[in-house]
Design a binder for this molecule. Structure first.
Ligand code: FES
Length: 100
């Protein structure tokens, strides 16, 4: 099921936050594509929007672990992967895919 997200489309290399069903999510734009993920670092639950995007990965601001925007894969096998969601843009609107 696709849900419309109340967030602006981020600029290249940037992230915006949104709340969907009580979950804090992030919308990122990297290499011209949109990505959506839970806005919570799997390491210690800090907002990933405090970090930065480089080489199509989000790097957490606290300890520097990074997560692939393509797959959510963590840079460290001891840290869980980032939960990702499907995302699409229609006009100026963003939709994310959630499981029911
Ligand atoms: S809290 Fe994100 S890397 Fe530690």
């Amino acid at each position: 099921m696709w849900i419309k997200v109340n967030a602006n489309i981020p600029k290249e290399g940037a992230m915006n936050e949104a709340l969907v069903d009580g979950n804090d999510i992030l919308i990122a734009r990297s290499e011209g594509k949109l990505y959506c993920a839970l806005n919570s670092c799997p390491h210690e639950d800090i907002k990933l929007t405090l970090g930065c995007i480089k080489d199509n990965r989000i790097t957490c601001s606290l300890h520097g672990y990074s997560f692939s925007l393509n797959s959510g894969q963590s840079s460290d096998s001891d840290v869980e992967n980032l939960q990702m969601f499907g995302v699409k843009q229609e006009g100026n609107d963003i939709y994310i895919e959630v499981q029911q």
